[in-house]
Ligand binder design. Structure first.
Ligand code: KG4
Ligand code: ZN
Length: 349
């Protein structure tokens, strides 16, 4: 069975073709980062309009690269939610219209389920059950995953998502939107330990997170430096910014590592899957791998990451999640009336 996957929930248009026998045949992505950069964040209306422009050429590209044609598509999976309403609607409408024309069923997919299952696209996929740490621009969650569609939410952020905190702090440091990846590059040059920022909820004894205060603490540190009014050499300013980036990243990474390990301990599950854009962060990867192998190595403990290109939003994870749902008995829907679900709890998926 070949599933065409369509992702359009935010600022990336992704299309992919997944074959349940042969694996991923092709995928294509267009990132709108440059389009939104001058506004310092995603402009929903611009995002929707750009998805409309990209969906057809990306689909043609995927078919061409895979050497397939429309008649080889057996079903179309699309991100139904959560995400920006207008952006989601473009993907829903495109997928439903194309499915109707091809007379194939549609498979509505939850965006986070796509992220959650994305490490299974890697050559050495994790087995169930596993603990999933989902760290994206909009979500920070710890889940116990027993199988396809069997997701138990252990805890989530009470305010900002980890990626959101990265982006907001990056902005304070003068880095361009979306900033998370740029902040992590800057942090590489920073000195560990020059500044220490709070570790919110680190010892709360549950699996909840809070990152809004951390971003405020970073802002206070930056403002205090600005307020000294000292004439500081550019070089010194650059060192200061790198050290703040390092301190911020260290705080986020420590909290995420501590809670992920606590979840593994509590559930007696020693496989950890890290998904979502922040999963691309080098310091988080280093810290989780070290901690999990150190504590659970003897019990086969391991961390699984999606391949870097599938950490952030993409069509492959949507095609894959749709295919998995189909194989596990979710009834494919006849293409017809459609709706986006901008707010959608994964437990209801
Ligand atoms: O999963 P994703 O592509 O989109 C959502 O579903 O939200 O995640 C995007 C988020 C952004 O906040 C971005 O800044 C962050 O992931 N991100 C990173 C890194 N790469 C992307 N954050 C920290 N370090 C990175 N290397
Ligand atoms: Zn995402």
């Amino acid at each position: 069975m070949r599933v065409l996957g369509i992702e359009s929930s935010c600022d990336e248009t992704g299309v992919a073709l997944y074959d349940t026998e042969a694996g991923l045949l092709a995928h294509a992505l267009f990132s709108q980062v440059a389009l939104h950069a001058e506004y310092g964040g995603v402009v929903p209306e611009l995002a929707s309009r750009d998805h409309i422009r990209r969906l057809v050429p990306l689909t043609r590209e995927v078919l061409k690269v895979s050497g397939r044609c429309f008649s080889d598509v057996d079903a179309i999976a699309y991100t139904q939610g959560p995400g920006l309403a207008g952006a989601l609607l473009t993907g829903c409408a495109f997928a439903t219209g194309l499915a109707s024309a091809l007379d194939v069923p549609v498979l509505p997919v939850h965006h986070l389920e796509g992220h959650l299952l994305s490490p299974m696209l890697a050559p050495d996929p994790p087995e169930f059950p596993f603990i999933a740490l989902l760290v994206s621009g909009g979500h920070t969650q710890l889940l116990r995953v027993a199988g396809i569609g069997r997701y138990e939410l252990l805890g989530e952020t009470l305010d900002d998502a980890a990626g959101e905190a990265f982006d907001k702090t990056a902005k304070l440091l003068g880095l361009a939107y979306p900033g998370g990846a740029a902040l992590s590059i800057l942090a590489r040059q920073g000195s560990p330990g020059r500044f220490t920022l709070p570790r919110p909820l680190r010892d709360s004894g549950d699996f909840c997170f809070s990152f809004a205060g951390l971003k405020t603490a970073a802002r206070t540190l930056i403002c205090a430096e600005d307020a000294t009014g000292k004439a500081v050499a550019e070089e010194e300013k650059a060192v200061f910014r790198a050290d703040v980036a390092r301190a911020f990243q260290e705080a986020v990474v420590e909290v995420l590592t501590r809670k992920a390990l606590a979840a593994m301990r509590a559930c007696g599950v020693y496989r950890l899957v890290v998904a979502g854009g922040v999963g691309a962060n080098w310091a988080l990867r280093q810290s989780l791998t070290l901690a999990v192998e150190g504590e659970f190595g003897e019990n086969g403990g391991r961390v699984h990451y999606p391949e870097l290109e599938f950490c952030t939003d993409n069509g492959a994870m949507i095609a894959f999640a749709g295919a998995m749902r189909f194989l596990h008995g979710a009834p494919p829907q006849k293409a017809g009336a459609f709706s986006a679900r901008p707010r959608w709890d994964l437990r209801e998926a």
